[in-house]
Design a protein around this ligand. Structure first.
Ligand code: HAS
Ligand code: CU
Length: 543
């Protein structure tokens, strides 16, 4: 790969890490608030609990993830295809468009003019720059899709009849899925929020906006997850000293995500009026369907790790687990992320069940769920990736392997305390997105648990500080050259790409099927809402 491409990856990852730092800091403030300390009077930049919560959500789940993915996925895809990006100029333009968008959104965000949470539900009304900025970030991701697609086309011309290398296949599916999924948010921004915030239309409609938001808002979780899966499938087994159990099964899992990720956003809207219960049921079934590619991943990745552990002398049904090379912080981060994701996934099934959702919806339980998924499965995996990627990009060895080992375990323990406590608080009825310290209805049984939120979050914050310190010292202090090979090699498979049916390497049938399912699951509701919605709700600024 060219140095320019490495620099591009470095640029994306650098922005991602800055966002993550802001995200973990504000998260720490919120947890302290829950634990009984009102920190906001002493944080001049962060005005209130809700300002902090918005910064935390936007910086972590929208900016950290997206920028990391736009750096990491093209890095992996071009390496797997063995060729540079088709349009290097466009790739840099993409970065500047996205950075410009982020800065534009960050100005009102920091200035407390967009305190609308990462879901920005109207009628809460942010400054127009917030919506325009986020839209530019999304446009940037489409440019990445375009570039990856052209790069693959050029590869295909020279490799007719060959299977697309697995990592490249996964990169392409991730961006194809995301591009389809992002149409909802694009419509919400362009037709509703941007004209409304600019005063071009007088009002808005909460229900239509929420439907369009969750059209994208559910599949965006797979846009975050699939790059982590890409690492679990194509790098982690090799890091563990083993082989991927089945390449065709891995491809099947990704194709299922391409087809099934989008048509199920109503599982975030079970309690919303104005959507027929029959369509909610359809979305519930489809949510259970999209559970399967993660189950396939579970079996495939466990079998692959097991092959590595057994090659290292591991024995028994479970005891082999101890023989994984735990001393490698990059692998340890990913395996611990997988362990916690198992519980996050089970929690997801509970959320998806209509009647159980009525118990947990809008409670702290959901916050527990999202910290196991995006906050650990994704974030801890990306941290693990940083442990080889940043030294490689910097051309220097990681400053301290020991610190990195400690960091991933502190995250693991901190997250168990933090997320378990939030799940329990949710079952006790504690609402999410609420400044609990100011609530008049705090129950004694919540009071007993709330300090544990602070304990867990303090460990998480400590772990993030160790992470950032290690990366900064790698850049500034480390003198040793990056170890060779700096980038983990792609995993070989026990059952390889040649066993994969050719149909899995075709795009049109799967993309067409994805659109058909979306048309069935969303078409009637969207058409009805578009034809009947009056756009007459005035905006609110409640902060
Ligand atoms: Fe979720 C809400 C359902 C996955 C993120 N989710 C959220 C929100 C976020 C989020 C951010 O149905 C809050 C949004 C908001 O602000 O309102 N979620 C699911 C389901 C899944 C799921 C069914 N969620 C994720 C992922 C996320 C994420 C992934 C981020 C990355 N979620 C919901 C629902 C709601 C929801 C409802 C709305 C709730 C409400 O009322 O508001 C599934 O995709 C999960 C499948 C996962 C598995 C786990 C497989 C395990 C693997 C690990 C392998 C382990 C190994 C190690 C190898 C089936 C692959 C083990 C080793 C051994 C030896 C054992
Ligand atoms: Cu969802």
């Amino acid at each position: 790969m060219t140095r320019s491409e490495d620099r591009l990856t470095a640029a994306f990852v650098a922005v991602a890490l800055v966002a993550l730092f802001g995200g973990v800091l504000t998260g720490f403030f919120q947890a302290l608030e829950h634990a009984g300390m009102d920190v906001y009077p002493s944080t001049p930049l962060v005005k209130s609990y809700y300002h902090s919560l918005t910064l935390h959500g936007v910086l972590n789940v929208l900016v950290w993830t997206t920028f990391f993915i736009c750096g990491f996925v093209p890095f992996m895809t071009t390496r797997a295809l063995g060729r540079p990006l088709a349009l290097p100029g466009v790739a840099w333009l993409t970065f500047w468009v996205m950075l410009g968008g982020f800065v534009l959104a960050a100005i009102p965000l920091l200035g407390n003019a967009a305190t609308v949470m990462f879901t920005f539900y109207p009628p809460l009304k942010a400054h127009w720059a917030f919506y325009v900025g986020l839209t530019l970030v999304v446009v940037g991701t489409w440019l990445v899709t375009w570039n990856l697609a052209l790069t693959w086309r050029a590869w295909r011309r020279e490799h007719a009849g060959e299977r697309t290398p697995l990592a490249a296949f996964m990169g392409l599916v991730t961006f194809a899925m995301w591009t389809i999924a992002s149409l909802g948010i694009a419509a919400e921004m362009l037709v509703m929020l941007i004209p409304w915030s600019l005063g071009l239309i007088g009002g808005t409609d909460p229900l239509l906006a929420r439907v369009l938001f969750w059209f994208t808002g559910h599949p965006i979780v797979y846009f975050w997850l699939l790059p982590a899966y890409m690492s679990w499938y194509t790098l982690a087994p090799r890091q563990a000293g083993g082989k991927l159990f089945s390449d065709p099964l891995a491809r099947t899992s990704f194709i299922l995500f391409l087809v099934l990720s989008t048509p199920l956003g109503f599982h975030h809207q079970y309690t919303d009026p104005g959507i027929h219960v029959g369509w909610k049921l359809v979305h519930a079934f489809l949510t259970f369907a999209v559970f399967f590619p993660s189950l396939l991943t579970f079996f495939n990745v466990v079998a692959s790790l097991e092959s590595g552990a057994r090659a290292r002398g591991g024995k028994g049904w479970i005891a082999w687990f101890a023989k994984l090379p735990w001393g490698d912080p990059s692998l340890a981060a990913q395996v611990l992320a997988m362990l916690l994701f198992t519980f996050g996934g089970i929690g997801g099934l509970i959320n998806a069940s209509y009647n159980l959702n009525l118990v947990v919806h809008n409670t702290a339980w959901i916050v527990g769920h999202l910290h196991l998924t995006v906050g650990t499965a994704v974030t801890l995996t990306f941290m693990g990736i940083c442990y080889w990627l940043v030294p490689y990009l910097a051309g220097k060895a990681l400053w301290s392997r020991r610190l990195a080992q400690a960091q991933v375990w502190i995250w693991f323990v901190g997250m168990i305390i933090f997320s378990n406590t939030l799940h329990r608080l949710g079952l006790l009825g504690m609402p999410r997105r609420t400044m609990i310290g100011a609530a008049a209805y705090v129950q004694p049984e919540w009071k007993a648990l709330l300090p544990l939120v602070g304990v867990g979050a303090s460990l998480l914050f400590l772990s993030s500080l160790a992470f950032f310190l290690n990366l900064v010292l790698t850049l500034v202090v480390s003198r040793a050259p990056a170890p060779a090979p700096a980038v983990p090699a792609f995993t070989e498979a026990l059952s390889g790409a040649d066993h994969a049916p050719a149909i899995l390497d075709r795009w049109r049938p799967w993309i067409a099927l994805a659109f058909v399912l979306i048309a069935i699951a969303y078409g009637p509701t969207l058409v009805r809402l578009a034809l009947t919605t009056p756009f007459n709700t005035p905006g609110l600024r409640v902060w």
